[in-house]
Design a protein around this ligand. Structure first.
Ligand code: HSE
Length: 411
């Protein structure tokens, strides 16, 4: 029997307890012994839980219990999760977490502590919910040089955009629905402003390129400015709008990393990933493109990944799984203004078309039947983002209003 503790009994934590209890036989068959939930840490009361007698409000009941070998952290947020996880690792306990904020902020440090203490720190559920991605990247694809990782990494925003695209639903209504379904973060700004997707692409970039990438070094845009008009123009251009997290290896050893809404061509493998589903494309030099698809949010999908890590930790109580990267200083990250993309631009104003042509040169105009007479939407040629910003400013100084601008994804 291996004793484990679960810190947090929210959406994911209750799912972890549920799977460990309901899939007891299945897990026993895999591990060869029982996984016993010895303690659950939560400040709330859960009198109806089948393990109500094992709840505690005191972290000391976990850290001081030598029988507890694996601790699951599913509290979310940085405090007190960071302190608790660090102390568990230093106490010689393996830790499993779904907390992408924690891994993105402190992954390198926590991995180093785990290495020093000869325990495991696993976080499969931190990216892609129920989709296996951390383990495939760190093990199955390890022979590859990873040229690029690009994905739809946030279920809430993908759900919102899908509802806007397929049902013409307004942004706020779709967000409310995602919150009711339990996909959204406690503070939905983390979803809709792109921070959650940013944390996840940082984790994947750190894993792919071996140096920690911190979220504040990544240019991040959310989906709050996307309108139903933009959705329709994307459709007319044979694209869908998706929030994409993307990292690409450049020739000079740098990486080009970004989170932003993008026009995704209908023929792209990422275009048909809808609702709360996530999709992640890994481009390896040996394998070519490998695409991972599944539910990126929700109680049981996420808990499934956590429990798999728990089993892995229980199987490797005395050995370390190879999952590691070192700290990073951001010097390997390309300035986002040097990142090259073609841009979709929606404008309005007198002579907007001729002014856009004289400012941007070659452009492809996109037509929409019900567009106002003075509205012009177009796609530019590829250019560094800094150059685009300068040209956009010049257009605005020429009395043309830029209503929106979205990158064309090279996906
Ligand atoms: N809020 C997150 C999402 C949950 O919508 O993807 C899973 O990380």
């Amino acid at each position: 029997m291996v004793s484990v503790a679960i810190m947090g009994h929210g959406v994911v934590g209750s799912g972890v307890a549920e799977i460990l209890l309901t899939h007891k036989q299945k897990l026993f068959a895999s591990l060869g012994e029982e996984v016993y939930i010895k303690k659950v840490l939560d400040l709330r009361e859960f009198p109806d839980s089948p393990i109500a007698d094992r709840f505690t409000k005191d972290f000391n009941d976990i850290i001081n219990d030598l029988e507890i070998r694996v601790v699951v952290e599913v509290m979310g947020g940085l405090n007190p999760a960071y302190d608790f996880v660090k102390r568990c690792l230093k106490a010689g306990k393996s830790v499993v977490t779904s907390n992408k904020e924690l891994v993105a902020a402190h992954g390198a440090e926590l991995l180093a502590i785990a290495k020093e203490e000869n325990v495991n720190f696993l976080f499969e559920a931190s990216v892609g919910g129920g989709i296996p991605i951390i383990r495939p990247m760190s093990q199955c694809l390890v022979a590859n040089i990873v040229y690029e990782v690009a994905g739809i990494l946030n279920g809430t925003t993908n759900f919102i955009l899908t509802k806007m695209i397929e049902e013409g639903m307004q942004f706020e209504d779709a967000l409310k629905l995602a919150q009711d379904l339990g996909f959204a973060e406690r503070n939905p700004a983390a979803d809709i402003e792109g921070f959650d997707a940013c944390r996840k692409i940082c984790i994947l970039a750190s894993l792919a390129y071996g140096k920690h990438v911190y979220p504040d070094s990544v240019h991040t845009e959310g989906i709050t400015k996307i309108t139903l008009d933009d959705v329709k123009y994307a459709e007319a251009y044979n694209c869908v709008i998706k929030l994409i997290g993307k990292v690409k290896k450049l020739g000079d050893g740098k990486i080009d990393i970004i989170v932003a809404p993008m026009f995704v061509p209908n023929k792209s493998q990422l275009a048909n990933i809808d609702n709360e589903f996530n999709g992640i494309m890994v481009r390896g030099d040996c394998t070519g493109d490998v695409v991972f698809y599944g539910k990126g949010a929700g109680k049981l999908p996420t808990a499934s990944a956590v429990v798999a890590d728990v089993i892995d930790c229980c199987k490797h109580l005395k050995t370390r799984k190879y999952l590691y990267w070192t700290d990073g200083d951001g010097k390997n990250i390309l300035d986002y203004k040097d990142s090259v993309a073609a841009m979709y631009v929606r404008t309005s104003g007198k002579d907007a078309l001729s002014k856009a042509e004289s400012t941007f040169g070659n452009i492809s105009v996109i037509k929409k039947d019900d567009a106002p007479a003075d509205e012009v939407a177009f796609v530019t040629e590829e250019m560094p983002y800094g150059e685009f910003l300068n040209k956009k400013e010049a257009l605005e100084n020429n009395d043309v209003k830029v209503l929106s601008s979205i990158r064309i994804g090279d996906l």
